[in-house]
Design a protein around this ligand. Sequence first.
Ligand SMILES: Nc1ncnc2c1ncn2[C@@H]1O[C@H](COP(=O)(O)OP(=O)(O)OP(=O)(O)O)[C@@H](O)[C@H]1O
Length: 247
Amino acid sequence: MLDVRNLDKSFGAIHVTRDVSFRLDKGERRVILGPNGAGKTTLFNLLAGEIAPDAGRILLDGRDITAAPVAERARLGLARSYQKNTLFDGLTVAENLGLAAAVASGATRSILRDALAAPAVRETVSEVAARLHLTPHLGAQVSAVSYGVRRQLEVGLALATRPRVILLDEPTSGIGPEMAHGFHHMLSSLPRDLTLLIVEHDMDLAFDVADRITVLNYGEVVFDGAPDDARNSALLRDIYLGSWENA
Ligand SMILES: Nc1ncnc2c1ncn2[C@@H]1O[C@H](COP(=O)(O)OP(=O)(O)OP(=O)(O)O)[C@@H](O)[C@H]1O
């Protein structure tokens, strides 16, 4: 489904992504772990098309998208959520979801009110809201909802574009470990044919949702395998656990 081959990226003298390769099968949930500065967000920026690699290739269903612009990747079914806030505070939860759905369906020239009233958009809004436990908040203005609901909505915006692969950049950052487990449970219950690539700081949280785990350190893949193998890896325990605990 998503085939990442030998990606390399430097910013000036800083070599941030070093020969990174992995494959995501359809429906796979893979977590990218790694300490601060390991290159996780840079990898996402490369995959989403926000920056170009110096070397390497990215294939989506066999099609080379290495040079494809962000919008084309989105059209091909690749969606992304951000660590930074991308919500419209002055609109309701439903309007935010509706906008994402409307833009993804090509309704850019309609006025907002018409686009949001389209039956397909309304259907997407209620389906995504139900999946992400946002239904009770649909009528609320985003500025009035809790931080946890905002994080759910960030994922909702990606889901409303009806993607096949979603890149989630630390979806649980800042919401506390207990809520984070619930959040991952919600992610696990998304349709099984949806492919998820999730950046996560916390190894315990990664075990909630991951079929496979990739660990980056100094821009390099130092582990790629099943969660149980990650849990039992002396390499990860000895070298990286300390830095995660302090993160
Ligand atoms: N545009 C840029 N110009 C220069 N250096 C950059 C740029 N983007 C990232 N870096 C550097 O690349 C390294 C990796 O950063 P990146 O944000 O990808 O790591 P990360 O694993 O996502 O970290 P965190 O967990 O703190 O979010 C850091 O040293 C960062 O300072």
